[in-house]
Design a binder for this molecule. Structure first.
Ligand code: UT7
Length: 331
């Protein structure tokens, strides 16, 4: 029987900004402490893009993923960037990256599903490969959430960091085995960030005052609500993808979850009755990098030689929207 066509990750890459901001340094900016931040989140440090743009970080991650996959930029058919913090509404970050890396044949566009963005973009790339439309796709998660933060709000500014991760996904007989995706727009108000193009907005003479776009656009979050949502829905969607693919938990090598908070990952491990050691974490170093967190961690594990051919991995993302989902793949 002919093997079914799916998508396999053949290369990973990542890039983080140079500037490292520790919790101690943050406590000079807002009333906080390393003890509070670390005990509540597992975060010690994060990188902040003082000079780099989202496209700079994304392009570097992409180059490194292509090098590992041993493919040339001209071979890429499609370039997807998952981001909610690109500096430009258009041209999109994906088009900026395409120009920088010379992926001249590629179609390119951005996708925004906030912290679930990379997972949803990977799922989209998978669907394209399965359909037979494309052969080689570059999927990038890149964020500069430091642009969207209110640096006077200690309840949010301590949580996030900037960075990018990328994978090359190629048509193959093995690789992605299944995926589930969910959204609940009715609960969207628990994590929001308005668009802040106030200059253009306020020059529109036809806008009613009440409709005017806010001057300051910054991220707002009801932390405990997001926490409860994540601890409940992440294990559920992981169970769902395991059932969809007929896979037992014992077969899973690693659960690679969005790196929002170590307590969320511990809670998910507990609900799944799986050892915490199967949930690698790096939020200690990078904080919550939104759509970049999963590919950043995947690249770290890959570089450290922790992923072996045939390993089964579950990837799971969750965040604003609300959005969440899980994907199962064979490395
Ligand atoms: O990627 C998107 C997904 N996002 C998430 O997954 C975030 C999910 N939520 C969380 O991770 C947690 O809710 C937080 C880490 C954001 C907050 O932890 P918490 O245990 O829910 O704390 P809290 O918001 O209930 O605040 C507890 C206390 C408050 O003081 P009072 O009212 O008890 O006196 C806060 O004012 O901690 C205070 N607080 C802080 N203290 C020191 C809040 N932020 C800070 C801070 N430093 N940075």
């Amino acid at each position: 029987m002919a093997e079914q066509r799916t998508g396999r990750i053949t290369g990973t890459g990542s890039c983080v900004p140079d500037l490292c901001i520790t919790n101690e340094r943050l406590s000079e900016v807002v009333d906080t402490s390393d003890a509070w931040i670390y005990s509540r989140t597992g975060i010690h440090r994060r990188r902040i893009a003082a000079d780099e743009t989202v496209a700079d970080l994304a392009a570097e991650a992409a180059k490194s993923a292509m090098e590992k996959a041993k493919i040339l930029p001209e071979e890429i058919d499609l370039l997807l960037v998952a981001t909610c913090s690109g500096e430009m509404l258009f041209p999109g970050t994906a088009c900026q990256v395409q120009a920088r890396i010379g992926a001249v044949r590629a179609a390119a566009f951005d996708m925004n599903a906030a912290c679930s963005g990379f997972l949803f973009a990977l799922g989209t790339a998978w669907a394209y490969l399965k359909s037979g439309l494309y052969e080689k796709i570059l999927v990038i998660g890149a964020e500069k959430l430091s642009r969207l933060l209110d640096w006077g709000d200690r309840s949010t500014c301590v949580l996030f960091g900037d960075g990018a991760g990328a994978v090359v996904l190629e048509a193959d007989g093995k690789g992605i085995m299944g995926m589930v995706q969910h959204a609940d727009g009715n609960k969207g108000q628990v994590l929001t960030c308005p668009e802040g193009h106030e200059t253009a907005g306020s020059s529109n003479p036809f806008l009613r005052k009440t409709e005017r776009i806010p001057n300051i656009s910054s991220l707002e979050m009801e932390g405990q609500e997001v926490f409860k949502f994540a601890v409940k829905q992440v294990p559920r969607c992981i169970e769902e993808v395991l059932a969809q693919t007929g896979t037992a938990k014992e077969e899973i090598r690693y659960y690679i979850l969005h790196q929002a908070n170590s307590r969320i990952l511990s809670g998910a491990a507990k609900r799944l009755q799986e050892p915490e050691g199967k949930f690698p974490m790096n939020m200690e170093e990078y904080g919550n990098t939104s759509a970049a967190s999963i590919p950043l961690l995947l690249d770290e594990l890959n570089r450290e030689g922790k992923l072996q051919r045939g390993d089964k991995l579950v990837l799971s993302g969750f965040g604003a929207g609300l959005t969440w989902g899980a994907l199962l793949l064979e490395w």
